[in-house]
Design a protein around this ligand. Structure first.
Ligand SMILES: Nc1nc2c(ncn2[C@@H]2O[C@H](COP(=O)(O)OP(=O)(O)OP(=O)(O)O)[C@@H](O)[C@H]2O)c(=O)[nH]1
Ligand SMILES: [Zn+2]
Length: 350
């Protein structure tokens, strides 16, 4: 195994700079500040140094799955993480039940496979939601419609048409783990040295797909699972796996809710037509809800923009704005608190 097969490339090397010495490794799994990191020399159980913990101010200062970190081995198979040395774009979402707080899903990802099960609960709004988060992190989305063995050909055609009509320009694959449909096509998409993540609700088949791609090699050892209260095996840890033929896969815990973060850029990419129309509205601060001369509403009325897409856009947009304002509020409070602590210290030291 080489670092290149873990995704290391000249871009990362340039980023480290010529003066960088020491060992680096990639974070392959994380659970409650316990990490597994991996490089060409091996796999290590790792923890962060006291220094890193001391200087870390927020969640984003800690390593996340996909990061490149600098390490030292202090014992057989044990390492200390000194710092995050390379993190490009991060895939994040709003933490469930905590407005204004982003949860970091993974970093340094090239392509996201957004998985939906076609049997029940198929939801195009959710695809758009994931798509927005991906575009926001400069990650290329690919849709996987899984469990096609559970619907008729006609039903599948209808779903495909619905997706194609609304979500333009995204590659789409139909798969069945049970009947081995589409697996070759999926394998063919995966390139050596590139990092892929699997997104989608619990139970859509992400782990099953990863398993089959890895040819059932690693999931049982590499994956640390837990039984939930219904006794069903679900993924609770984020972990990174290597394909036998190259390519790096990141599994993700099933997520019921994927809240928007500061995703304006992603929204613009996911809804290009709405974006285009919005620039033609009479008022530059148009809310596209009721204004006269709103080009978006006009396009919805004429059928140019699908009504469902419009409603979903408005919903995601509002969520995004809410996130931004609550994040701002949090920062303000955080700053005020820091100032108070400083002042208190100053008074004490007089
Ligand atoms: N019929 C059918 N069942 C499938 C297919 N793919 C997965 N399943 C089943 O769906 C269930 C859930 O699959 P998982 O792979 O655990 O789903 P997941 O998305 O990883 O779920 P979480 O780990 O909770 O996020 C399992 O019982 C699988 O056997 C498929 O293509 N067809
Ligand atoms: Zn408007």
């Amino acid at each position: 195994m080489t670092n290149a097969s873990l995704g290391y490339n000249s871009n990362i090397q340039n980023n480290l700079g010529p003066l960088f010495q020491g060992e680096i490794a990639r974070v392959v799994s994380e659970h409650k500040e316990r990490y597994i990191v991996r490089n060409e020399s091996g796999v290590y159980e790792a923890e962060i140094t006291g220094q890193l913990r001391f200087t870390a101010e927020e969640r984003s200062d800690y390593p996340i799955v996909g990061d490149w970190v600098s390490i030292t081995e202090y014992d057989e198979g044990k390492a200390l993480i000194h710092q995050v040395v390379y993190r490009d774009q991060v895939l994040k979402r709003q933490a469930v039940g905590k407005s204004g707080e982003a949860q970091y899903i993974a970093s340094n990802i090239d392509v996201a496979f957004i998985v939906e099960g076609v049997n029940r609960d198929f939801n195009i709004n959710r695809l758009e939601r994931y798509m927005t988060l991906c575009y926001d992190a400069n990650i290329q989305p690919v849709f996987i419609l899984n469990k096609v063995d559970l619907v008729s050909d006609l039903e599948l055609e209808e779903i495909k048409l619905e997706v194609e009509n609304r979500l333009i320009g995204v590659e789409m694959l139909c798969t069945s783990v049970d009947q081995q449909i589409g697996i070759e096509q999926l394998t063919a998409l995966i390139q050596e040295g590139k990092t892929y993540c699997f997104l989608g609700s619990s139970g859509v088949g992400k782990s099953s797909l990863i398993n089959i791609l890895l040819k059932d090699e690693m999931m049982t050892t590499g994956r640390i699972g837990e039984r939930n209260d219904r006794g069903k095996h679900t993924t609770t840890y984020r972990s990174l796996f290597l394909m036998p033929s190259g390519g790096i896969l990141i599994d993700n815990p099933g997520v019921r809710e994927v809240g928007m973060v500061d995703s304006q850029h992603g929204l613009e990419h996911t809804f290009p037509l709405i974006q285009e129309k919005a620039s033609q509205c009479r008022f530059s601060d148009c809310t596209h809800e009721h204004e006269k001369g709103c080009a978006v509403i006009e396009a919805v009325n004429s059928g140019e923009i699908p009504e469902d897409a419009y409603h979903n856009y408005m919903k995601l947009q509002k969520e995004q704005e809410h996130y931004e304002s609550s994040e701002l509020e949090k920062r303000r409070k955080g700053k005020a608190l820091a100032r108070m602590v400083k002042d208190a210290k100053r008074i004490k030291n007089r």
